[in-house]
Design a binder for this molecule. Sequence first.
Ligand SMILES: [Zn+2]
Ligand SMILES: [Zn+2]
Length: 180
Amino acid sequence: MRTFSPDGTDRQSLSDALGTTDVAINRYRLSPGDGLPSGLHAHLDQEEVFYVVEGTVTFETLSEPIVVDAGEAVRFAPGEYQTGTNVGESPALVLALGAPTETEQVRIPLDCPDCGHRGLSPAWDGEVLLACPECGGEHRIRGCPACGREEMQVASGDREGETVVVCPDCGAERSEPQWR
Ligand SMILES: [Zn+2]
Ligand SMILES: [Zn+2]
């Protein structure tokens, strides 16, 4: 099934087409400048491998970025924060493999504004809700101050381990999320 999410991400679920039981396989086509849909995140309960079929994809982590060319692959252990962006000038085609198939323990590298715990759990209730697994607090980030897009994403900052909040549409960036 080929789907285009509201943010325009071109994603095809090969797991649906193949009926896989233990591995999730998605194919993404990324135009230059586009990233994989979720921004910086980790799965505590899923290992992920990305195989770049065409183009070049740069994977941001909380330390050094990893550049993956066509024909190469990168592996992320459960709990490693990562996201991929096509920073090249031609389209990129990438296969994302995750095992096990389902993931429930997703974390976003933001600090809880109540207790300071790093790693919030995203949920969707009509908009993105970030729950703190430590204190149970529920938080929402303000949308983009520049273009009004409702969802901001997390990216790695200049210093190791530092995160920033960016708008995937217009690129507006802030060092701290604005909670509401
Ligand atoms: Zn908390
Ligand atoms: Zn924006």
